[in-house]
Design a binder for this molecule. Structure first.
Ligand code: SF4
Length: 373
């Protein structure tokens, strides 16, 4: 099948050669700027393949500042691939607790085990072999291959798409897979051979700092402003063009935070799906009335001394939003009903990974504990 020209894929009123000329003019000024302006980040010191890999996985959908403490703790506890492959699931999830998108942690471990079996415990210096590991998509394989091994492949994330769609002032929808493939092709064909990792990091850095997603870009300080077509239009923030996202599904829940002098009532989420295998408070679908709440507590054999209404909370996932109301049941003692456990206060921090979706309720439970001391 003939290859479709980029002018068509990216919907640009430019000759094909002009697109390539603009893309080829990016590496030299951008890498120079990056060398002078790169932020000091923990994963940039000593960028071994393992360290690059862990940081790239943690940084997916997560802010740099939020990742830093997790990254340090994770590497202290699991300093190499054999340690990651052998870690108990509870330890892994505890290290990831609060970072979200927990399938990333599971895939990290699955891939570490594959690396132990297939590659003697070392990440392979090959884009194709990396792509074959659990959790490695084109982006992660490209980032590890280029940064850790100097292989000239692109790593196209949202930052890179934003920079390039602005550079070209492209009207095409960056959410479209065909458009993303188009940018990847353009980058692949214009990558500098001598510093591919530096180039990929420089693009990401520009997209995370000067050419950031929220608010107008800082074009005056940008090393690409002489060639950037969006800057020349006078309205660079109009790019990239994105199709409207589908509305999130709303789910309403009533959360039961039952505490006693010994501990707190928790249950484990199913092994598959959203927040798989993590610990949560028992909850029911919908917002229950006072009578329904009392009936539910009774059916679980709980006889609280007091029941308090907690402040409502919400949590946003990629495609779902949870709206939560909650109650705090202060009990003299708890015999955990079927499917739940009584997590002892002393073990809560070490043995139970509770996702941040429940953090408001966990905070209320921890504050309530004081009433028993
Ligand atoms: S000139 Fe402005 S819009 Fe263009 S790449 Fe630089 S920061 Fe982004």
């Amino acid at each position: 099948m003939p290859v479709k020209p980029l002018v068509e894929i990216l919907n640009l009123p430019l000759p094909e050669e002009e697109i390539y000329r603009l893309a080829a003019a990016v590496p030299v000024p951008l890498i120079r700027w990056y060398r002078q302006n790169a932020r000091e980040l923990p994963w940039r010191e000593n960028p071994t393949p393992y360290r690059v890999w862990v940081s790239e996985v943690m940084l997916q959908q997560t802010r740099v500042e939020a990742v830093k403490p997790y990254y340090r703790r994770f590497l202290e506890a699991l300093p190499d691939i054999p340690a990651l492959a052998a870690a108990p699931e509870e330890q892994l999830l505890k290290l990831w607790e609060g970072l979200g998108y927990y399938s990333r942690a599971r895939n990290l471990q699955k891939a570490a085990r594959q690396v132990m079996e297939r590659h003697g415990g070392q990440l392979p210096p090959s884009y194709e072999l990396l792509l074959d590991l659990a959790g490695f998509g084109e982006y992660t394989a490209g980032a590890v291959a280029s940064i850790a091994f100097g292989i000239p492949v692109p790593a196209v994330d949202g930052n890179v798409l934003r920079v390039f769609s602005r550079l070209l002032a492209a009207e095409s929808d960056v959410m479209s897979p065909a458009v993303r493939r188009g940018y990847r092709r353009l980058l692949m064909e214009t990558m500098p051979r001598e510093s591919p990792g530096g180039y990929n990091q420089a693009l990401m850095e520009l997209g995370a700092t000067l050419c950031a997603p929220n608010g107008p870009p800082n074009c005056m300080a940008c090393p690409l402003n002489r060639i950037c077509r969006a800057y020349l239009t006078g309205n660079p923030a109009a790019f990239p063009v994105k199709s409207p996202q589908k509305a999130r599904r709303i789910e309403e829940k009533t959360i039961f935070t039952a505490v006693s002098p010994e501990g707190i009532l928790l249950r484990k989420r199913p092994a598959e799906g959203l927040l798989a295998g993590l610990w949560e408070f028992p909850w029911e679908e919908g917002f229950l009335s006072r009578e329904e709440i009392s009936a539910r507590l009774e059916s679980w054999g709980l006889i609280p001394r007091k029941v308090r209404t907690l402040r409502p909370a919400r949590h946003i996932f990629t495609h779902i939003e949870w709206k939560m109301e909650g109650v705090l049941a202060l009990c003299g003692g708890i015999s955990p009903p079927e499917g739940t456990v009584l997590a002892r206060w002393g073990e809560l921090k070490t043995d139970y990974a509770v996702p941040s979706a429940f953090s408001a309720f966990l905070k209320a439970a921890l504050a309530a504990r004081e009433e028993f001391l």
